[in-house]
Design a protein around this ligand. Structure first.
Ligand code: AMP
Ligand code: GLY
Length: 424
């Protein structure tokens, strides 16, 4: 099969790495890819928001399947355009991708269909929003409606902070159009998990869960990022929790999307809070999580290409997937200044030594080639992933590899996987 993979981050490197292992893969082209993806695919210099150029590339390549990694092209309708051109696509339609691209859409859907989530209201007017904050009491969460690269949810521990967040979104335009409408919602207590299902619009195939580490600093402190590390399996998602999530959230959401005339096909990312009253939705995303994907895929003991192909053609989804029993950890190395103002262009060293460790994969996110060497080219630079017989050894291996990599201003969390380690 000829496959076009859209995207150029760490998630897409993991997808390319996994697709490249498929005996059914003939040719893999990535747009735009990155230096890590380039080891498994031919990279075409087309960015993920160039919808016309991506459609033309897919046609030119005679792609049998297009796999769309990031949310941006999905929110711009790339899957629809490829479908109109007669191509098979793994990734939801623009209407279905609203589950991620509009928090107002997803919260409203959950409210109407009784899908468990935090209590909320939607505002464009700051004064009315401030009144609702006082009704809820702190802590609470203010969220920009639109896409904001994982930074649009502001957890406020005081009403003063909530007022500041509302001012930034509604009055200062800090998130542009994406923040002109906000969701204000109650803060949910519990432990988070990232749970993915692939679905053809009717049935859903669960992946093993992961746990992400969203904030920049150890101990869950500091501002939210796109994700600073992940591990899988996540002990908080035991079999009982998974059953409840499938019955109370996934199945009704897929049915709701079909009823709304926007059937959902692709991977559905369910961001969960496991509260004392059961699992509740923090957010939906319309793509694999990054860096959760880099932690999970090395555990998948199965060819992923037929799974994506079955979703794209709406038939033949297997009943379940085989998983390796090992644990997996992915530690993100970020550049100086991330998440506010990442500095780029710093030379990276030590990758060969780190990659030589057994059970270690280095997934490139924001890297670029420069003068024959590798330099930083984004906020999140690399994902250092390791498998181990248990979470403790996977963590130890990943950090041994991290210790071999250097670049100026390198930031990383030293507590990835701690929650699982702290369990009895
Ligand atoms: P989101 O962009 O909606 O995924 O939110 C980013 C992060 O903010 C989540 O992963 C949580 O850590 C936190 N968060 C968002 N909404 C809530 C909520 N209602 N209660 C507690 N934490 C939340
Ligand atoms: N790691 C969180 C996300 O992909 O949205």
């Amino acid at each position: 099969m000829r496959v076009l993979l859209v995207g150029g981050g760490g998630r897409e490197h993991a997808l390319a790495w996994k697709l490249a292992q498929s005996p059914r893969l003939g040719r893999l082209v990535a747009a735009p890819g990155n230096p890590g993806v380039a080891r498994h695919a031919e990279c075409a210099a087309v960015r993920d928001n160039e919808i016309d150029n991506l459609v033309a590339l897919a046609k030119r390549e005679g792609a049998d399947l297009v796999v769309i990694g990031p949310e941006l092209p999905l929110s711009l309708g790339l899957a629809d355009r490829l479908g109109e051109a007669g191509l098979a696509v793994f990734g939801p339609s623009q209407a279905a991708a609203r589950l991620e691209s509009s928090k107002v859409f997803s919260k409203d859907l959950m409210a109407r269909y009784g899908i468990p989530t935090a209590r909320f209201k939607i505002f464009q007017d700051a004064a009315a929003a401030r009144r609702f904050c006082r009704e809820l009491g702190a802590p609470l969460v203010v969220k920009a409606d639109g896409l904001a690269a994982g930074k649009g949810a502001i957890v406020c521990s005081t009403l003063d902070e909530a007022d500041g967040a509302l001012r930034r979104c509604l009055e200062d335009g800090a998130f542009g159009a994406a923040g002109r409408t906000v969701v204000v919602e109650e803060f949910m207590e519990g432990e988070e998990a990232s749970f993915f299902v692939v679905t053809d619009g009717t049935s859903a195939l669960p992946f093993q869960a992961a746990q992400d580490h969203k904030t920049i600093f150890d101990g869950d402190r500091g501002p939210n990022t796109g994700g600073m590390g992940a591990y899988s399996p996540a002990p908080v998602m035991d079999a009982a929790a998974e059953r409840r999530v499938m019955d109370e959230i996934v199945t009704p959401t897929i049915a709701a999307m079909a009823r709304e005339g926007a059937p959902y096909a692709g991977v559905l990312y369910v961001g969960l809070m496991i509260t004392k009253d059961g699992p509740r939705v923090v957010e939906f995303n319309c793509r694999f999580g990054d860096p959760e994907c880099q932690a999970i895929l090395p555990r998948l003991d199965e060819d992923i290409l037929p799974v994506f192909d079955a979703v794209a053609r709406g038939r033949g989804l297997p009943a379940s997937l085989r998983w390796r029993p090992e644990s997996s950890v992915c530690v993100v190395l970020a550049s100086r200044g991330y998440p506010a103002a990442p500095k780029v262009g710093d030379p990276i060293s030590g990758l060969d030594a780190a990659g030589a460790l057994p059970g270690v994969n280095l997934f490139h996110a924001g890297t670029a080639r420069h003068d024959g060497g590798l330099v930083t080219a984004g906020g999140r630079v690399l994902g250092v992933q390791a498998l181990g017989p248990d979470i403790r050894s996977a963590v130890a291996r990943a950090y041994e590899a991290v210790g071999r990599i250097r670049f100026d201003g390198m930031q990383w969390r030293s507590d990835i996987g701690q929650r699982a380690l702290g369990r009895p």
